[in-house]
Design a protein around this ligand. Structure first.
Ligand code: SAM
Length: 426
């Protein structure tokens, strides 16, 4: 209730003339009529129904409601809540962001070609069921065998929020969040309110903080909440991986290994090629929970063995990344690295190890082993990084023709050491 009494600050004031809107840093013809723009300028907080009516008055206006915005000395570019109830076949979405970025998002196929989302949000016959796990809350469990590469979800976010909103005063930022949730279609609001509120603060912001994933749109980091992936718990040795696709504004989750019925399907919230203490600290600091996954909970002796393998992976990576003439890198090192990844149950992150292997074999002129590992890298990097990753493009080229790769025969003639352990001399 108190939130609704917060007066709205002037927005877009002096930014552009009344018949235009700030877009891409420039004043462009307003899709809004001058009268509506005046309403915003005059500091009026209008009801949702008024905001809907105002939006409908303007043919072709892309949002279901007239956006509500706030700015201040610290955040001169207004941050607004933009909502589209028709997004993704009626699931709806709201964006808490600046006008230029919101209009950049509108240009993406997700908004401009609704058929681009025909494969998304199809959850009628899921390969999993929800289950309660003591100490972790809800999670999802496979109800059929999933194979590496099988899709588990492809979901659109309910909200995409720009970190710039933290420049607003708390009451205004929170008001935008609440307004956004109120603009979602009723069934989607239920999905939002069903999310976990781990920190017990403001109910909207808390649900966003507990469940949001970092994503990037036009190189700008944002937070996005997908209610399906939000049911997945963290595991330092997960059996599934996710990626964000900017074109469809969608989050994909795939199995990265065979998952049998009854097994929990997990993802990682962090970089897992770190030692246990660092992983646990990251989860506590950034996600606010004490990790109880099997590798966090392992006996100290086993945890120390695991940490030693992580250290060995790090040492080998350093040696393989050395492209100088004094490099000690050998294909055997890459084989040991692959074995360490498998032993650590880091299948979900194995793409990077396969890439190392492809490169080192290429550097010694071994065409077919380079191709073999480039193909393996491609599959795993796709599942973990999505469609547009640079390493993927590089591995595609390598799989086609290693001889054209920059690494081809780079190390031919280098001394090949017998010792294939993590033997990088410091
Ligand atoms: C995105 S939600 C995951 C679904 C959540 N369990 C639920 O009931 O809605 C993230 C929250 O789940 C819990 N969680 C996830 N993975 C965990 C783990 N490995 N150990 C302990 N708690 C975990 C934490 O409370 C965390 O804040």
């Amino acid at each position: 209730d108190t939130l609704q009494q917060v007066p709205q600050k002037p927005i877009l004031a002096d930014a552009c003339p009344s018949d235009s809107i700030l877009h891409n840093g420039e004043c462009q013809p307003a899709i809004l009529g001058a009268q509506t723009m005046d309403n915003i300028r005059q500091n009026t907080t209008i009801t949702l129904e008024e905001a809907r009516a105002s939006a409908q008055e303007h043919e072709g206006f892309p949002w279901t409601f007239l956006p509500e915005c706030y700015s201040n000395e610290k955040q001169t570019e207004p941050v607004c809540v933009f909502s589209d109830q028709d997004f993704a076949g009626g699931r709806g979405i709201f964006l808490v962001t600046t006008t230029p970025l919101a209009y950049e998002m509108l240009k993406k196929p997700a908004f401009s070609q609704p058929e681009a989302l025909s494969r998304m949000n199809q959850h009628s016959n899921p390969p999993f069921e929800e289950h309660d796990f003591p100490g972790k809350g809800r999670g999802i469990v496979a109800n059929k065998t999933l194979h590496r590469g099988d899709q588990i979800f492809a979901s659109t976010p309910l909200v995409i929020s720009n970190p710039l909103s933290y420049n607003l005063v708390d009451s205004e930022r929170l008001r935008l969040g609440h307004r956004g949730v109120d603009t979602l279609p009723p069934d989607t609001q239920k999905l939002f309110w069903g999310l976990l509120d781990h920190f017990k603060g403001d109910p909207v912001e808390d649900r966003i903080n507990t469940n949001a994933f970092d994503i990037t749109i036009n190189k700008v980091q944002q937070y996005a909440v997908m209610p399906e992936i939000a049911m997945m718990n963290h595991d330092c040795r997960p059996n599934a991986a996710y990626f964000w696709d900017e074109d469809t504004l969608s989050h994909y989750v795939h199995a990265t290994q065979t998952i049998y019925p009854g097994e929990e399907i997990t993802i990682t919230y962090i970089n897992n090629e770190r030692k246990r203490e660092a992983r646990m600290k990251n989860l506590k600091t950034n996600w606010g929970f004490d990790c109880s996954c099997s590798s966090c909970a392992a006996h100290p002796i086993f945890a120390a063995e695991s940490d030693a393998r992580i250290q060995a992976i790090e040492n080998i990576a350093e040696a393989l990344n050395d492209w100088t003439s004094s490099s000690t890198a050998t294909p055997e090192m890459a084989e040991t690295m692959l074995s360490l990844y498998a032993q650590e149950r880091l299948e979900a992150s194995m793409g990077v190890a396969y890439k190392h292997a492809a490169e080192v074999y290429s550097s010694f002129g071994d065409r077919y082993t380079a191709i073999k590992y480039a193909q393996l890298a491609l599959e795993m990097l796709h599942l973990d990084r999505g469609f547009n990753d640079n390493d993927i493009k590089f591995m595609l080229a390598m799989a086609k023709d290693p001889e054209q790769s920059w690494s081809w025969k780079k190390r031919v003639g280098h001394k090949r050491f017998e010792d294939s352990s993590c033997g990088h001399a410091h």
